[in-house]
Design a protein around this ligand. Structure first.
Ligand SMILES: Cc1cc2nc3c(=O)[nH]c(=O)nc-3n(C[C@H](O)[C@H](O)[C@H](O)COP(=O)(O)OP(=O)(O)OC[C@H]3O[C@@H](n4cnc5c(N)ncnc54)[C@H](O)[C@@H]3O)c2cc1C
Length: 673
């Protein structure tokens, strides 16, 4: 069941200036009447059926029928939304609008982006029924299948009807933006945090730090910093800026202390848990037999307090910011940066997502872009990372992250990493016969969507036997999360089947993986995950291997190959020696005890880490590697830290560096260093 959350500034849809603007669409409707969101009975409707459209994860359309005083029918089309999130909520939204007789409905907490779009589209219908006149708004999403960047939009001066003067503007209230804003608030700086949607972004729980106070309290040995720097660089084949990595290595302990002092200390939330020792290491046998170098002692996890149900770190930081007397500007989307003649970034133009008006933010000390990566942007994914896109079946990412911060910075003269670096987890479950890569859906943003209907199938990340569509084994399965999906891009359909038997829990316990894949070491969790997918028809369960082969779709020669591969794998297990691919013996498993399980997998895409090049102070760099004055970037919006892929075996590295970078940028802009 989805849960509802209270609205933030959505009541603004019912104000006198009530206008419904659709980011990415070219029309909005400005109401001349008092209540465009839904005072139908008082305002009076012109009977008829009206249609509104707005951009959520995809194109959301709402069709509403009115008699003179009421809404008599509502049809909501959310088929372009994320498969298992917004796309399943059409009926919920229809009932909510009918019951409220208004567009002013609560957001569904798990689908705020879709909720925002439904409300805007419904407000458009109401505006038409109450006699509002449509007005043009600038459509700033000009990307195409050939040109992800498009041209920097021109916004006419007379459309900019509000100006906000401040020292620092932080763009994006996600993991980097909320940490940066909390730090700025704690230090009493003059700043504004703006966010395109009506709520903060999703909190990521594992965040990495080096030699934090929690690590010291736990008695963890100091991290070998030279080795860590070298390993992160090696993972990226050197295509990074080691100074930027060094900032995280040297300053993440302070980030951790700040986080803890605000959340545990001042807000009373917590505790911030630290994971170390055996729980964060692959087994010694693995390390001895495997060539994968592991550096896991950077794992931290902020857990919400029982006493404050639902409060996650980003929300807690946002609440802290507001408690310090700052107002967060929700529903304000970055359109473009502004520069003066010297090239210095002086601020930005944002568009209000509710009434479409434009706002000029003047930032005397600088702008911090924290708008995330581009996983939700098929134009960018296909043009910048065709391999990652072709390895993916499922969506873990937030569709909010469309690379708009990256585009704005490039328009402003910033340089960008040349190499993609997606975060791919081997948990993208699909039905037999479904290929990895985008499938067409005209209602989805960019006309494309990934085919999976499950966010992440966590047991998929375990090092069980994996075979291609011909029934052949093709790799040592004991690898970082993204290796199997990448290896599968050299196999038919870019997918693979994972096979295990009734001893799945014992096997997973012995495998002893780390980070979020270790969740499957909890038997209740594992059983629930597996049963859900058996019921959904995506995890095949069979009494014999022959039956399993049929259910997975193997036929003819491929079926014989599959059965022979399982026999061979059992032989390797018996010998405790993977002479075929060199998998550590502790990660071999036998497949002999019914029931047998199998499913088809590829990657679930979490995010992208290719972004704007920065220096160690988080300043954006231009094409001559010179800092652009006034422009700072952090997190997935920034680059210089990763290339090719993500070192999944360092849990929390992405979020840890994101928060460290956000805080670092604030220190720089605020003159705190
Ligand atoms: C399911 C999942 C789990 C993950 N778990 C972990 C984990 O445990 N540990 C870890 O290290 N990493 C994790 N990651 C990766 C991690 O989330 C990212 O690498 C990164 O830390 C995100 O931080 P960010 O601030 O850069 O972006 P986000 O947190 O995504 O924030 C970006 C914000 O910018 C806003 N925005 C976008 N466009 C605009 C615009 N035009 N104007 C204004 N605002 C805008 C968005 O709405 C959003 O609120 C996970 C990722 C996913 C998808």
């Amino acid at each position: 069941m989805s849960e509802s959350i209270s609205r933030r500034s959505f009541v603004a849809t019912a104000t006198a200036a009530g206008v419904a603007a659709a980011a990415g669409s070219s029309l909005a409707f400005a109401s001349e009447k008092a209540d465009s969101a839904g005072a139908g009975a008082s305002a009076g409707y012109t009977p008829g059926t009206y249609k509104g459209e707005s951009m959520g994860a995809g194109y959301v359309t709402v069709e509403m029928t009115f008699d003179a005083t009421s809404i008599t029918d509502v049809k909501v089309d959310v088929s372009g939304e994320t498969n298992f999130v917004g796309a399943v909520l059409g009926d919920t939204f229809q009932s909510a609008i009918m019951d409220a007789q208004s567009a002013d409905i609560d957001a569904v907490a798990t689908a705020t982006m879709t909720s925002d779009a439904v409300r805007r589209a419904a407000a458009q219908c109401i505006a038409q029924a109450t006699g509002a006149k449509p007005v043009e708004v600038v459509d700033y999403d000009k990307a195409t299948d050939e040109d992800w960047l498009g041209e920097e939009p021109q916004v006419a001066e007379d459309k900019i009807t509000e100006t906000v003067n401040t020292d620092i503007v932080i763009v994006g209230a996600g993991n980097g933006g909320t940490a940066a804003a909390a730090y700025a608030a704690k230090n009493g700086l003059d700043f504004k945090l703006i966010e395109k949607y009506s709520s903060v972004g999703e909190t990521r729980h594992w965040f990495g730090a080096v030699d934090s106070e929690a690590a010291q309290e736990a008695g963890a040995a100091p991290v070998d910093r030279k080795k860590l720097l070298s390993e992160i660089s090696r993972f990226a084949s050197g295509k990074i800026n080691q100074r930027v990595v060094r900032t995280w290595i040297n300053e993440s302990a302070d980030m951790f202390s700040f986080e803890r002092s605000v959340l545990e200390g001042e807000m009373g939330y917590g505790p911030v848990a630290f994971t170390s020792g055996d729980a964060s290491h692959w087994p010694d046998e693995c390390n001895e037999q495997n060539t994968v170098y592991l550096f896991p002692e950077v794992e931290h996890n902020y857990r919400k307090a029982e006493s404050d149900a639902g409060m996650q770190r980003n929300e807690a930081f946002a609440k802290y910011v507001e408690q310090q007397g700052y107002e967060i500007d929700f529903n304000r989307g970055l359109v473009k940066l502004e520069r003066d003649d010297s090239g210095r970034v002086t601020g930005l133009i944002a568009q209000d997502q509710e009434d479409g008006h434009y706002v000029r933010y003047v930032a005397a000390k600088g702008v911090l872009l924290a708008c995330g990566g581009y996983p939700g942007n098929p134009y960018m994914m296909q043009q910048l990372d065709p391999l990652g896109a072709s390895a993916t079946t499922a969506v873990s990412y937030t569709p909010r992250d469309r690379g708009y911060g990256i585009r704005a910075a490039v328009w402003a003269g910033a340089d960008m990493d040349k190499e993609s670096a997606p975060m791919l987890f081997d948990r993208g479950l699909v039905a037999p016969g479904v290929d990895a890569g985008y499938a067409d859906n005209p209602k989805a943003f960019g006309g494309k969507e990934f085919p999976g209907t499950v966010k992440q199938y966590n047991p998929g990340t375990q090092p069980f036997l994996k075979v291609n569509r011909r029934g052949e084994r093709f790799m040592n399965e004991s690898q970082p999360y993204n290796d199997a999906p990448y290896a599968a891009t050299n196999q038919p359909g870019h997918v693979y089947a994972q096979i295990c038997d009734a001893n799945v829990f014992e096997d997973i316990t012995r495998f002893h993986t780390v980070g979020c894949s270790a969740q499957s070491q909890d038997q209740d969790y594992l059983t629930k995950q597996m049963q859900t997918q058996v019921d959904a028809g995506l995890l095949m369960k069979a009494d014999t291997l022959d039956e399993l082969a049929d259910k997975l779709g193997f036929t003819g020669e491929d079926k014989q190959t599959f059965l022979a591969t399982v026999d061979r794998y059992n032989e390797l297990f018996d010998a405790q020696d993977d002479e075929d691919f060199g998998k550590p013996s502790i990660r071999l498993s036998e497949i002999r005890t019914a029931p047998f399980y199998g499913c088809w997998l590829a990657s679930s895409l979490l995010t992208t880490l290719q972004g704007i090049k920065i220096n160690e102070n988080m300043q954006a760099l231009d094409k001559d590697a010179k800092p652009i004055e006034g422009l700072y970037v952090c997190g997935d919006n920034s680059g210089s830290f990763f290339a090719n892929n993500y070192p999944c075996l360092m849990p929390g590295l992405a979020c840890g560096r994101t928060m460290t970078e956000g805080i670092k940028a604030v220190k720089q802009m605020g003159g705190l260093e």
